[in-house]
Write a protein that binds this ligand. Structure first.
Ligand SMILES: Nc1ncnc2c1ncn2[C@@H]1O[C@H](COP(=O)(O)OP(=O)(O)OP(=O)(O)O)[C@@H](O)[C@H]1O
Length: 746
């Protein structure tokens, strides 16, 4: 059928099936003809929809004035192979269960299974006497049941109602037939029963003749068997070792019911009469300690629409809110929702201290460091190197705890230098004092000024680091950024430098220091990344006066625990996060330590930071100190020095030299030592480091002369690792001189 109409009206076109060229001017949308929006007004849904075209004739020579087909004709055969391949890619289920592929998860599961089996075994083993008594008491009833059952079977008692029925109906033939059958049956069964009695008697005689152990075993087995048979159907033999608090199973019906309760018009339309419904592209499965459902929402509804109404969804599912975690399916369309419903409220799960609390834990800041666990209990790590982090929350939600996890991780990397300022004054970060190069705690102007000085120092050090990197040959530093190899060369001074600033609002909102501190922090965030400087900030007041916009806009990692409103949410997590459904406002007061972590994975994830309390933090810091001592990297406050940078620093050159010569380094070139000294105290020794190599050696020789220490030729490695004979210092000479100075008090 074909006809044409004027522009703007719906026109049906002739379609030559099997000739794609005739119908292919439009892109291959491969869409269902029944899809809303494809059909023009008045056109039945099965007809191809039309859109206006510039002009011209149709391929078949008929006038199609201004009209072009956009859908393929009915005769179009889909590429089944391509579809199956695409579909399978999405829905292939893993050959090996995901928990088995993750080492930590597999370990946790095995630990649980072994612990569970151990508990159940122990529980029942302790109750063996009780179970024995129970079975013995029930065994007479069991014996009665066995005898009565055998009697009924032998004399065919079950068929008695049939015979009675035949008598009642006066059916003689039937009665006689039934009686004859019964007599045959009873005869045969009497024979079997007799054989059984004789067998039992013989067995009893042989047991009686056997030893005491056999008798005991046989008797115990017999009592257990009869006790089991004698147990009433509503009673148990074993007690319950583990009371199961199993959460209800998640079914598609429950999910649809909960979605329908959200008050979303499109969902209501879809689940209403004649609606397209809500579909599930994959079966609902167990995933960790919970259920996972993948849901294709109705057209036009996005996963974010559902995430925004998590509270209502939880109500619809009849589960606590801390169990209900809707997420978008990152690699799918916006209408695909992944709904994970945990068996237990996340805030009810016992918090764990994590791998840092292990006595063998060490950290390399160039690798991901442990931070916490997600809703499913899977470990979450963060990459601190080349990143900065911002922690924000209302007071008392666990921000300092979370910050402390990363601070302790940094402490366990002995190469990292730590500056720790906790500007509330409660000493929450005091365990770190024993490993920190600089440490301050308090809200007073003196502490704030010291913190500002430290920021200035780090900002200045950025210039030095950039210069060092610039000067390095391209083959050693191809990316123009600090690498693990460069950071390991202590003399280059490119080791990780971590600045930890808790309650930073007290500094940024300070009338005198605030502006400069904000400028310095933004510079450090922007420039420090590639230069090995990491800034970790935490605030309980994320507003524009207390948190510079330059900081909130540029920081890479963000962890937001419960906040009160959209502004705080977006200050911490980034612009538009609230709009996109990432709402830390939905956490409850009980969700301590739980927050959104943004900047680590592609999408923000829910994480609960590891729970490391003060005593545990103290133990970790002790280990970190021991690691630093062994590596010779204990400096500043931690080494008992006053590292406050002042131009007239009176610190002893000998002590500084001892600090920069690692144990085991017997001789070190003078120029190398000068670089290390400058790195230790840039303000005091910085000018020495600006000299050429000969100048550096001369400067050090002159400074050491008063102590009677010479700088002879020594064999050692230069910064490129090449062995050379240059002027240098013997470690023994320094330690001897230091000893003499201390003894004589000079
Ligand atoms: N990961 C966690 N799991 C369980 N509880 C936690 C966790 N982190 C913190 N908490 C609890 O939250 C309480 C408050 O933590 P924290 O002191 O870090 O809060 P804060 O946000 O820094 O508070 P403030 O802003 O007042 O300093 C802690 O005493 C601890 O009991």
């Amino acid at each position: 059928m074909s006809y044409t109409k004027a522009m703007g009206e719906v026109v049906r076109l002739p379609v030559r099936h099997g000739d794609p060229a005739a119908t292919d001017p439009a892109p291959d949308l491969d869409a269902s003809p029944a899809m809303p929006g494809n059909a023009g007004a008045g056109v039945p849904p099965n007809d191809p929809p039309l859109i206006p075209a510039p002009s011209g004739d149709g391929d078949d020579g008929e006038a199609i004035e201004g009209r072009v087909l956009v859908d393929r004709p009915d005769g179009y055969r889909p590429d089944v192979r391509a579809r199956r391949m695409a579909g399978e890619r999405d829905h292939r289920r893993p050959i090996i269960a995901p928990w088995l592929r993750n080492r930590d998860e597999a370990h946790a599961t095995i630990r649980w299974a072994v612990g569970y089996a151990g508990h159940v075994t122990g529980y029942h083993a302790a109750r063996i006497p009780l179970y024995g008594l129970r079975l013995a008491l029930r065994s007479p009833r069991g014996l009665y049941r066995v005898v009565a059952g055998t009697w009924r079977w032998t004399y065919d008692i079950e068929s008695r109602p049939l015979r009675t029925h035949a008598i009642d109906r006066r059916n003689d033939d039937s009665y006689l037939k039934l009686m004859s059958e019964r007599n045959d049956r009873v005869r045969a069964r009497l024979f079997v029963a007799g054989a059984g009695v004789v067998g039992t008697g013989l067995a009893a005689a042989s047991v009686a003749a056997a030893g005491g152990i056999t008798q005991t075993i046989v008797l115990a087995t017999l009592v257990a068997l009869l006790g089991w048979i004698g147990t009433p159907t509503d009673r148990r033999i074993l007690d319950t070792a583990v009371v199961s608090t199993k959460a209800p199973k998640l079914t598609s019906e429950i999910v649809v019911r909960a979605l329908a309760a959200l008050g979303n018009a499109e969902i209501n339309k879809a689940v209403g009469k004649g609606g397209g419904g809500i579909t599930f592209p994959a079966p609902i499965t167990r995933d960790g300690p919970g259920w996972r459902a993948e849901v294709d929402l109705p057209y036009g509804v996005t996963a974010t629409d559902i995430m925004e109404r998590r509270d209502r969804l939880a109500s619809g599912l009849r589960r606590p809110m801390g169990c209900v975690w809707p997420e978008p399916a990152h690699d799918q369309h916006a209408g695909r929702l992944v709904l994970w419903v945990g068996d237990q409220d996340m805030n009810q799960v016992k918090p764990v201290a994590g791998p840092l609390a292990k006595t063998t834990a060490t950290v390399d800041l160039f690798k991901p460091v442990p931070f916490g666990t997600d809703q499913r209990g899977r470990p979450v790590t963060v990459e601190l190197m080349y990143a900065n982090a911002l922690f924000g929350a209302m007071p008392g939600m666990g921000k300092t705890f979370a910050l402390r996890v990363l601070a302790l991780a940094a402490a366990l990397d002995p190469t990292a230098q730590l500056r720790v300022y906790e500007l509330k004054g409660t000493g929450d970060l005091s365990p770190l004092e024993k490993v920190a190069h600089q440490y301050g705690s308090g809200q007073d102007d003196e502490t704030l000024a010291a913190c500002l000085d430290a920021l200035r120092e780090v900002r200045k050090d950025l210039g030095r680091r950039a210069k060092v990197i610039r000067k390095l040959p391209k083959d050693i530093c191809p990316e123009n950024k600090v690498t693990p190899q460069l950071a390991a060369k202590r003399s280059l001074g490119l080791y990780p430098s971590v600045f930890i600033l808790d309650e930073c609002q007290n500094l940024f909102a300070h009338p005198d220091f605030g502006d400069e501190a904000a400028r310095l922090a933004v510079d450090i965030i922007k420039l420090g990344r590639a230069l090995g400087v990491i800034l970790l900030l935490a605030t309980q007041r994320p507003d524009k006066d207390s948190l510079p916009t330059g900081v909130s806009a540029n920081v890479g990692l963000r962890f937001c625990l419960k906040v009160m409103g959209q502004t705080e949410n977006d200050m911490i997590l980034g612009t538009s996060m609230y709009k996109n459904g990432i709402r830390a406002t939905t956490f409850t007061k009980k969700d301590k330590g739980i927050g959104y972590l943004a900047g680590e994975a592609d999408d923000p994830q829910i994480v609960r930071g590891y729970y490391i309390d003060n005593p545990a933090a103290d133990r970790i810091a002790d280990r970190a100190r021991a690691l630093r001592k062994a590596a010779g990297t204990l400096t500043g406050i931690a080494a008992g020095e006053d590292p406050t940078p002042t131009a007239d620093d009176g610190a002893s050159l000998l002590e500084d030299l001892a600090a920069v010569m690692a144990p085991g380094e017997d001789k070190v070139h003078s120029q190398v030592l000068v670089d290390r000294l400058a790195e230790l105290r840039p303000i005091v020794y910085g000018p020495w480091a600006d000299l050429d190599p000969t100048g550096k050696a001369r400067q050090l020789a002159a400074a050491l002369k008063p102590y009677g220490i010479g700088t002879p030729q020594v064999w050692g490695q230069d910064e490129t690792g090449k062995g050379r004979n240059l002027k240098g210092v013997h470690r023994d000479h320094v330690t001897d001189a230091l000893e003499t100075t201390r003894r004589t008090g000079r």
